[in-house]
Design a protein around this ligand. Structure first.
Ligand SMILES: [Zn+2]
Ligand SMILES: [Zn+2]
Length: 137
């Protein structure tokens, strides 16, 4: 299955999946921002000091790539294009995320684990209000 692991569709030759990736991704923009912060807001490609632009799925979301630290890498705009054009291999990206410090790995996992608690955060100071008007109709 090596061939089908490529960053572009082997049948259509379509290389730029950025839009589809963004739509299908379960990562919220808030989480992306936190992950970028966790790596210092810089591209993770060795030697690159450019500003973080995107949290890229090494195995694309459209191909079933999960939102886990080992599948996510922070890239600048330039390297993000390089990755999607095939100039940078998945193997290289996997090696890069594998070499993260333990502290950084933990930080990223923590961000990914932290699921949004719907409707519980705001009501802490006004708990009674939420139950004052039960709707039975
Ligand atoms: Zn991408
Ligand atoms: Zn870069």
């Amino acid at each position: 299955m090596r061939l089908f692991d490529l960053d572009y569709d082997p049948f259509t030759g379509e290389k730029n999946k950025t839009d589809a990736e963004a739509i299908r991704s379960a990562l919220t923009s808030a989480k992306k921002k936190k992950i970028m912060d966790a790596v210092g807001n810089k591209c993770e490609i060795r030697g690159c000091k450019l500003k973080a632009q995107e949290v890229h799925h090494i195995k694309l979301v459209s191909k079933g790539g999960p939102n886990v630290g080992s599948n996510l890498i922070v890239l600048c705009g330039y390297h993000h294009n390089e990755v999607h054009s095939g100039a940078i291999t998945q193997t290289k990206l996997k090696g890069t995320v594998k070499n993260r410090s333990e502290k950084r790995k933990k930080e990223i996992n923590k961000i990914l684990r932290n699921r949004k608690k719907v409707g519980t955060e705001k009501s802490s100071s006004s708990t009674s209000q939420a139950f004052d008007y039960p709707s039975f109709v």
